[in-house]
Design a protein around this ligand. Sequence first.
Ligand SMILES: [Zn+2]
Length: 480
Amino acid sequence: MPIVLYNSLSQQKEEFVPLHPNKVSMYVCGPTVYSDPHIGHAKTYVSFDVMLRYLKHQGFKTFYVQNITDVGHLLGDDNEGEDRILKKAREADQEPMAIAEYYAYRYFEVMDRLGVQRPDISPRATGHIPEQLELIQDLMERGYAYEVNGSVYFNVAKYPEYAALSNRDTEEMKSGTRVEVRSEKQNSQDFALWKRAEGGHLMRWRDPWSGWGYPGWHTECVAMSSKYLGDTFDIHGGGMDLKFPHHDSEIAQARCTDKGFARYWMHSNMLTISGQKMSKSLGNFITLHDACDEFDPLTIRYFCVASHYRSVVDYSQDALVGAQTALLRLHQVTQALRDRLPENVKPTHQHFQDYRDRFCEAMDDDFSTPQALAVLFELSKEANVLLRSETPDPSRIADAEHLFTSLGGTVLGIIPTEIITHHKADERLADVMELMIDLRQHFRKNKDFAMSDQVRDRLKNIGIQLQDSKDGCSWEWIES
Ligand SMILES: [Zn+2]
């Protein structure tokens, strides 16, 4: 089965044919390291992590570059105003590079907790100034960029296809823009490739124009992707909010310097908080560190995987509790299989293979993780039937366990090889269930069958099934 993915550039699903057989080169825009990552970053980076894991699982050799923006990402949406890292450095009375270092460390720390595999290279914008200057000079020589007062701008009028990715009409955009504060640009849509550094600017480099300056945000990804992945590579990804102006501006620079650039563009959708856009001004801003302290990071990962990467996902307390309960079911069945798996019994890959096929079919279709998860839940029903039998076939146990470990673990990253019950709530639930089972036994002993039945029935109403066997009573969630 070929892998089909949605290419944001053509706005349709396309068969994925890599540039080089069995190899995938991928670039995803990384964080600007001036503050802690927020919960929306989990959706983006878990989504691309799952894609990479699946491609590896299907035998592709992957090469993954994700940059770190440590200069040039300015405060305003139009990439004007103060540099975000400089502002933070000023407020914290710190060196800008100390700010970048601290938040880059914090970013990787929390991504590690989420099980997001590290990129092969994490190049930094400040480490690639000569490459960016070279690209800017190339654009100037070809007539696509101009210098004014020591800053260099891309001339959007010279590239009529500008904003094709975000599907914007540049003429309409012009009439809709507010009056420019800085009027040195030829057109309001022109974007900065290089900015002249004002006196006292803490991050600046020698340039061929005014003497000192720093790169604009949109240039680094073009310079660094072509350095490490070549002028043409397979997949370029990022959050939906980066389509414009960031990715459209990347495409303009790449195309105007004769680079094939990304062959497939993939964008993960937004995460909302209880139906609202997350923003500091609304007071609903949740950092990933806080979220990972409140919930098990695997629960947050599950929550991300349970929605398709192109769907908007809504973060709420209820949704996370639901994710926790669902993930617990997968962990319980996997652990039960592991507990029953005799030593030295290896998977035969003979049983339940239709589940693997259906899982892969879902993933081959634009990485449809919700459908892939549904297949794992169906497999969990079969596994529970198997576990209830008096003498389950060990090879069937081994095969089912292997599917949970490889598809749920290696690919989706939600079933670890060592399942540890981290959730206090789960532990409390286990204690409460032990109490309920003891109470029911007590009623039965005293021949109060009305009460013992009531316990069983009321538990069933809330989704818990009691199982009586010669070894005693156990419980499990009723499959929905
Ligand atoms: Zn980028």
